[in-house]
Write a protein of this length. Structure first.
Lengths: 345, 335
C-alpha cells in the first residue's frame, strides 16, 4: 500500500550523520533574514529592509517534527529557505549537526544539500514543465550519482511514484497533464529520492485532496519512523500541524511568539495570538462549528517594512497594555520547554 | 448554514462533458454532470484530486486549452444564455466582469512583469471604463478590503515581492473589482493561514450577501465548506457522486467516498488520533476507468453490482442525491 515505506539500500546519507535520535540536529540561533527594498529608476538606492525573519531561535531534535505556523507573510517560507541556505541569512547561526551552515561556501554547501531537502509550497512553479515526471524525480539521482544504471534509476522512480500514491505508468507524463494534487506528490517524490535526513516541508499537503492528505501525512510519519527523518513542517492547517508535530512554533511578523510541545500549545496556549489562531480553525461539521467560541482578530497585519514598536502583535492584541507598545517582550521559558514572548503572561 | 432566500436560477449546467485527447488516451475529466446554482447561493465543489473540479470551473469560463481539451457535449446556461454557444467577443465581455475567477495558483495567474496596481487598474479600466485616477484610488481600496497591510505603499510592488497568501488576496481583489454576479474560486484560501482565511472568507461572504453574488468555491478544506457553503457537490472521476445541503453532507453522508473524506481529516475538537484513517488506494486513471463504479476499487462497501453498473445519482433524501447502489447506514443494497 501507498502508506508503506519502500525498502532502501542499507548505506544512505543519513547513516553518515553524526547525530543520534533525540539529540539536537538543527540549532537555529538569532536568525535574521532581511530583504533590501530599492527605489529609483536609474540609480537604485536601498531605502529600507523587509525584516522577513527578525531574530528567531529554535532547535529540532533528530527524528522529531517541529511545526511552524503563523500568519501569511510572517516569514515561515523565508525561515525554511534561510535554514537551507537557499537565502543567505543576514545574521545568526544555523548549526546543522554542529556545522554552522552560514559559514560554508557554496561548494561545501552543495555536498551537504543531499541531506537537506525541501518540499515546496507551490506545486506549479517548482516543477520544470519540459521534463517528464520520471525525469524530474530521477534528476537528483543523477546529480548525486545515486543510481548505478539506467534500470536502477527507472526502478527507483517507479518505486517513488508508488510511494507517493501515483502509479508507475505516469512516469512519461508532463507536469501540465497532472492535477494540482498530483503535481505536489511529484515534488514529494523528488525530495525523497536522495534519502535526505532533514526535510523542510513547506505546506506539503495544502494542495492535496483530503483523502490523499491523510495518506501523505501517514506516509511522512512512517518514513520518519523508519529512517529517523527530521522535519520542519510549515503549514497553516492547525489540525494537520497538531496531528504531525511533536513541538510547535508560532510565528508572527518575523518573530516567534510561542514554542512548546503539541499538548501544551493546544491545551494550554499562553500567547493571545496562539489563542486567536486556534479559535479561527473551522471545524468540518456545521453544527459543531457554529457552537465554537471565536476570537476574530481586528486590524490589519502590519507591514514587515515598518513593524510596530514594542511587541509586534500589540496592534491586534486584545489584551495589550502600554508596556506592549514600547518594550519588546523577551523570549523566555515560562515552564520547562514552553517558550513565550508576551508581557501579559 | 441554511439555503439562501432567492431561488432564482443563475447557472444551469446540463449533461456537461469535457474531455482531453492526450497521447496516453482520452481523459474524461468531466463526464456528464448536471448542477444548478441560484443567485446569491454558495456552492462548494469538493472531491478527489484530479476529479475534474478545476476543469469544471475552467469550462464555465470557457478557458479549456484546445487542443488537447474539448467540450464534447452539454449546455451551460448563465442567466438563460448558453455560454457554450457564445462568440469569443461575448464571452470576453462576461469573463472577469459578470463571472470572475480566483485561480488555484496565484503566482502563475498574476503577471510577473506588471505591478500589483497595474493588474487591478487594467480590469477596472477595461470592464468598468474607469478613468486612470479613479482606477488607481479604487485599486488601493480593494487591497485594503482584502487586508493587504500598508496597501498605499505596497500597491506598486511586483508579485514576487508578496508572500503566497498576499498574492492570493490580490487575486481576490481583482475578482471583486467589477461586482460580478458569480465568483468562481478555485482553492482561494489554500495558501492562507486561518485568521486571514477567516477574514478573506468573511469578506467574500459579506459581499455575496450584500450584492447577491453567487459563489462556486472549490476547496478540499471541509471546515471551510461547513462554515460557508449552502450546498455541496462531491466529485469523483469526472462525475458528481453526491449532492446535498451542507448540513446533510456532514450529518448524513450517503456515498462511501464522502463518508471516507469526513473520516480522514484530523479535527481540533476531537482527541488526536495516532494515525489518520485515509481512503486507501490511488486516484483512478481517467483514461482507463474500470467497468462499473469508478470508486469501487477503493470502496469498503462494494457489492457485486458495483463492478457491473455505474450507479446514477439517486434521490436519498430531501434535495439530497447520491450515486451508490448501497445504503451506507445499513450496508444493504438500495431498493
Ligand atoms: N525575495 C524577496 N524579496 C523581498 N521581500 C520578500 C522576498 N521573499 C519574501 N519577502 C517578504 O518577506 C515576508 C515573508 O514572506 P514569506 O514568503 O516567508 O511568508 P510566509 O510566512 O511563508 O507566508 P505564506 O503563508 O503566505 O506563504 C513577506 O512580507 C514577503 O513579502
Ligand atoms: N491540459 C490537460 N491535458 C490533459 N489532461 C488534463 C489537462 N488538464 C487537466 N487534465 C486532466 O483532467 C483531470 C481533471 O483535472 P482537474 O485539474 O480538474 O482536477 P481537480 O479536481 O481540480 O484536482 P485538484 O484537486 O488536484 O486540483 C485530471 O486527471 C487531469 O490530469
Ligand atoms: Mg510560505
Ligand atoms: Mg484543481
Amino acid at each position: 500500500m501507498t502508506t508503506q515505506a519502500p525498502p532502501r539500500p542499507a548505506a544512505t546519507a543519513r547513516d553518515s550523520g553524526k547525530t543520534k535520535l533525540g539529540e539536537t540536529m538543527l540549532d537555529v540561533r538569532n536568525l535574521k533574514m532581511y530583504f533590501p527594498v530599492h527605489q529609483g529608476i536609474v540609480i537604485q538606492k536601498k531605502v529600507a529592509d523587509v525584516k522577513a525573519v527578525d531574530g528567531i531561535s529554535f532547535y529540532i531534535k533528530k527524528g522529531e517534527t517541529l511545526g511552524l505556523v503563523g500568519e501569511s507573510g510572517c516569514g515561515k517560507t523565508t525561515t525554511g529557505r534561510a535554514v537551507l541556505q537557499l537565502h543567505r541569512p543576514t545574521a545568526g547561526e544555523v548549526l546543522f549537526e554542529g556545522t554552522d551552515l552560514t559559514k560554508l561556501n557554496s561548494k561545501q554547501m552543495r555536498t551537504l544539500r543531499r541531506q537537506m531537502q525541501i518540499i515546496f509550497q507551490d506545486p506549479y512553479g517548482s516543477l520544470n514543465p519540459r521534463m517528464t515526471a520520471g525525469g524530474i524525480i530521477g534528476e537528483p539521482l543523477v546529480i548525486h550519482g545515486l543510481a548505478a544504471s539506467k534500470k536502477d534509476r527507472l526502478d527507483r522512480v517507479a518505486e517513488l511514484l508508488t510511494t507517493v500514491g501515483l502509479a508507475p505508468y505516469m512516469r512519461d507524463r508532463y507536469p501540465h497533464e497532472f492535477s494540482g494534487g498530483q503535481r505536489q506528490r511529484i515534488g514529494i517524490a523528488r525530495a525523497l529520492a536522495v534519502d535526505p535526513g532533514f526535510i523542510v516541508c513547506d505546506e506539503p499537503v495544502s494542495a492535496l485532496d483530503v483523502s490523499i492528505q491523510a495518506q501523505v501525512i501517514n506516509l511522512l510519519e512512517s518514513l520518519q519512523e523508519k529512517f529517523q527523518l527530521t522535519y520542519l513542517f510549515i503549514a497553516h492547517d492547525l489540525a494537520v500541524v497538531r496531528h504531525i508535530s511533536d513541538r510547535i512554533c508560532v510565528m508572527y511578523l518575523g518573530k516567534t511568539m510561542e514554542l512548546a510541545s503539541r499538548e501544551e500549545i493546544y491545551e494550554n496556549p499562553l500567547h493571545p495570538y496562539t489563542k486567536a489562531l486556534l479559535s479561527a480553525v473551522p471545524i468540518p461539521d456545521p453544527i459543531a462549528d457554529a457552537k465554537r467560541e471565536r476570537i476574530i482578530l481586528t486590524g490589519d497585519v502590519p507591514s514587515p517594512l515598518r513593524p510596530p514598536v514594542g511587541c509586534v502583535f500589540h496592534t491586534r492584541c486584545p489584551i495589550a497594555i502600554d508596556t506592549c507598545k514600547q518594550v519588546i517582550p523577551e523570549w523566555r521559558e515560562a515552564s520547562p520547554g514552553h517558550f513565550v514572548a508576551c508581557h501579559r503572561v | 448554514m441554511t439555503t439562501n432566500g432567492t431561488d432564482k436560477l443563475l447557472l444551469d449546467v446540463q449533461d456537461l462533458r469535457t474531455h482531453f485527447f492526450t497521447q496516453s488516451g482520452v481523459v474524461k475529466a468531466v463526464d456528464g454532470v448536471n448542477w444548478q446554482l441560484a443567485e446569491g447561493e454558495t456552492l462548494a465543489l469538493v472531491g478527489e484530486s484530479g476529479s475534474g473540479k478545476s476543469v469544471s470551473a475552467l469550462t464555465v469560463m470557457r478557458l479549456i486549452p484546445s487542443p488537447p481539451g474539448k467540450i464534447v457535449s452539454g449546455k451551460i446556461l448563465f442567466q438563460g444564455h448558453d455560454i457554450l454557444q457564445m462568440s469569443q467577443k461575448e464571452i470576453r465581455a462576461i469573463r472577469g466582469n459578470k463571472i470572475a475567477m480566483v485561480f488555484q495558483e496565484p503566482m502563475t495567474s498574476l503577471n510577473p512583469v506588471l505591478t500589483i496596481r497595474r493588474q487591478l487598474t487594467e480590469t477596472l479600466e477595461l470592464h468598468l471604463k474607469m478613468n486612470k485616477k479613479a482606477a488607481k484610488d479604487r485599486a488601493v481600496e480593494l487591497l485594503l478590503m482584502v487586508g493587504i497591510p500598508d496597501a498605499a505603499r505596497r500597491v506598486d510592488d511586483y508579485p514576487h515581492q508578496f508572500s503566497g497568501g498576499m498574492r492570493q488576496r490580490v487575486m481576490i481583489a481583482i475578482a471583486l473589482a467589477c461586482d460580478p454576479k458569480l465568483i468562481i474560486a478555485d482553492e482561494p484560501t489554500t495558501a492562507l493561514d486561518v485568521t486571514i482565511q477567516a477574514q478573506v472568507l468573511e469578506v467574500i461572504k459579506d459581499l455575496s450577501e450584500r450584492f447577491n453574488t453567487a459563489i462556486m468555491i472549490i476547496t478540499h478544506n471541509l471546515g471551510i465548506v461547513a462554515r460557508f457553503a449552502h450546498r455541496v457537490n462531491v466529485m469523483y472521476a469526472g462525475h458528481i457522486i453526491e449532492t446535498a445541503s451542507a448540513k446533510d453532507t456532514y450529518g448524513n453522508p450517503a456515498h462511501p467516498y464522502t463518508l471516507g473524506l469526513l473520516q480522514s481529516v484530523p479535527r481540533l475538537d476531537e482527541p488526536r488520533k495516532s494515525r489518520l484513517v485515509p481512503i486507501e488506494g490511488s486516484p483512478p486513471d481517467l483514461t482507463n476507468l474500470p467497468k462499473g463504479c469508478p470508486f469501487r476499487p477503493r470502496c469498503t462497501f462494494a457489492i457485486d453490482r458495483c463492478a457491473e453498473e455505474n450507479p446514477p445519482l439517486m434521490l436519498v433524501g430531501e434535495k439530497h442525491w447520491a450515486a451508490c447502489w448501497v445504503d451506507v447506514k445499513t450496508r444493504r443494497p438500495r431498493p
